[in-house]
Design a protein around this ligand. Structure first.
Ligand SMILES: Cc1cc2nc3c(=O)[nH]c(=O)nc-3n(C[C@H](O)[C@H](O)[C@H](O)COP(=O)(O)OP(=O)(O)OC[C@H]3O[C@@H](n4cnc5c(N)ncnc54)[C@H](O)[C@@H]3O)c2cc1C
Length: 490
């Protein structure tokens, strides 16, 4: 019998669920409250596609190796279609500085560290067209999910379908499986709570606000050369990141700590945003008005959190036949660029589990277990790093603050050991980049004696011998930076 699957939400997780679950034996219906994409080009999708349901859509996005690897292995046609639409592969070798390039020799696995450079709208447009073309997949746009239909069997809640509003009329759609891919604002936990089942989460703040602006290269102009100037940097009171994209577009994100009240209020103004970019050499060479023109306003986003929803509260499935994936289950600080990879991983785990396991309770247990194994190490590491970054930002505001020995050692290890080692030794860079791309456990490289030995050698090296290997100045320190932006540093 054909299995009926309802996927609530057509963002990255919902699209990946459709791609992973598509099969002639299944009927997969993807519902989203937003209208469908325009049936035209990536340009029109970027400017015209109304996506109130995914407000992060027009923020900078980068897509990491793990997502690229998954697409290439499982959906090769989609990969070809993305490249044909103007999205770009950026390989590990492409990212090497002129100093490292001559030292580079290909190693199997390097291809897994390719990133996809694309606007999020372009990725979603092409991914959606691809998902729509797969057997058994149907999309229903303008469909708002209003609730769940449920039964209670042997004191266990079982999800049997969804209440959906399409064109002003509410209807019930039945399903064997319901996937919650409605993202960070999911209402499913509230609907389940009303039935007496809680799916607890313990959110922690990412501690930052996000500000993104998009640009287009002027005719005849190219992106700046990859000469070792960092494409992103953290000055503690402000962070910057550059996001090359498709079809001669790129974007810049500036992130500032939540507690930087004056900066966070001002930076949404285009002239302050541009002035901030201009004072950081890594960003300035991109946003130079001779090279590009801005093509969007400054988009702002706050309330950024790390949160993990417990799918098996008390070791028991919250509700049978119900699978939250993507941001509905796990949210992470966007700075790490891991949300889309994480959503895609969860969707593909779900498809594997549904194919391999038939008992409904066992399915849920297995899904939760595999997601925990795959994603938890990255989640815990990100939450820890965010807590440290919040502390550093607080310290910036304390007059005369002197860091403790432990903090000074950690800073020195980063700046005097890992930094020079990754800028001089391809093996170290490769070892550090694999976890960055979610291809290996985040601390795998710290357990490899050969890698740690190399890093420690750089730490022991007198500064004079590694002078050229230090990160160039990222921008002015806080008092000077605030002054240049016309803001009060007090
Ligand atoms: C500012 C910012 C920048 C980011 N940058 C990156 C990055 O560089 N790289 C990266 O990998 N990740 C990034 N992320 C994370 C990434 O955007 C998310 O992890 C990803 O979008 C999650 O996908 P999703 O499908 O779970 O949710 P979403 O993409 O949010 O999709 C949810 C979908 O559900 C629909 N929906 C919601 N409620 C209903 C309802 N009641 N009825 C019907 N439909 C509904 C919405 O319309 C939407 O289409 C960023 C996040 C933010 C906030």
């Amino acid at each position: 019998m054909t299995q009926q699957i309802l996927v609530a939400g057509a963002g990255i997780a919902g699209l990946n669920a459709a791609m992973a679950l598509a099969s002639p034996e299944r009927h997969v219906v993807v519902l989203d409250r937003d209208p469908p994409p325009p049936d035209t080009s990536p340009e029109e999708a970027f400017y015209d596609w109304e996506r109130k349901g995914a407000t992060q859509l027009r923020h900078s996005h980068v897509f990491l190796g793990r997502l690229v690897k998954l697409i290439r292995a499982k959906h090769p046609r989609l990969w070809t279609e993305l490249l044909a639409a103007g999205a770009r592969e950026f390989t590990f070798a492409d990212g090497l500085s002129p100093h490292l390039k001559p030292k580079y020799k290909y190693q199997p696995g390097d291809e897994d560290m390719s990133m996809l450079f694309s606007r999020r709208t372009t990725l979603e447009l092409i991914m959606r067209r691809y998902a729509q073309s797969l057997p058994g997949v149907t999309f229903v746009p303008n469909a708002g999910i209003r609730g769940l239909t449920l039964e209670r069997r042997d004191n266990q809640l079982v999800v049997t379908g969804l209440r959906v509003e399409v064109e002003g009329r509410e209807q019930v759609m039945s399903a064997d499986i319901v996937v919650d891919a409605t993202g960070r604002t999911t209402q499913f936990p509230d609907w389940l709570a009303a039935e007496g089942v809680t799916m607890p989460e313990a959110p922690s703040s990412a501690g930052i606000l996000y500000f993104s602006r998009h640009y287009r290269l002027r005719d005849g102009m190219d992106e700046p050369p990859r000469d070792g100037t960092p494409a992103g940097g953290d000055l503690d009171y402000i962070k910057y990141g550059l996001f090359p994209a498709d079809n001669r577009h790129f974007s810049v994100t500036l992130a500032c700590p939540e507690l930087e009240n004056e900066l966070r209020t001002a930076i949404v103004r285009p002239e302050v945003f541009e002035a901030a970019c201009a004072m950081m050499p890594g960003a300035a060479r991109w946003t130079d008005p001779a090279r590009c023109e801005p093509v969007s306003k400054v988009f702002a986003m706050g309330n950024l959190k790390n949160s993990w929803r417990d799918l098996m509260p008390g070791g028991k499935p919250a509700a049978l036949n119900f699978f939250p994936i993507g941001d509905a289950a796990i949210r992470t600080n966007p700075l790490y660029g891991r949300g889309c990879s994480s959503g895609a991983i969860q969707a593909h785990i779900l498809a594997d589990v549904l194919s391999e396991v038939s008992d409904p309770a066992e399915r849920m247990r297995e899904h939760a277990k595999r997601v925990e194994t795959e994603i938890r190490p990255f989640f815990d590491m990100m939450a820890k790093q965010d807590a440290q970054a919040i502390k550093r930002a607080e310290n910036q505001l304390k007059p005369g603050y002197k860091p403790r020995l432990k903090a000074r050692l950690a800073k020195s290890f980063l700046e005097d050991a890992i930094g020079p080692a990754t800028r001089d030794d391809v093996r170290v860079l490769r070892a550090v980049m694999r976890p960055f791309h979610m291809l290996e456990h985040p601390t795998a490289w710290t357990k490899r004696a050969s890698i740690m030995g190399r890093i420690l050698r750089y730490w022991a090296m007198p500064k004079i011998f590694k002078k050229a290997l230090y990160m160039p100045a990222l921008g002015p320190k806080r008092p000077e930076g605030m002054k240049r932006l016309g803001l009060n540093a007090a």
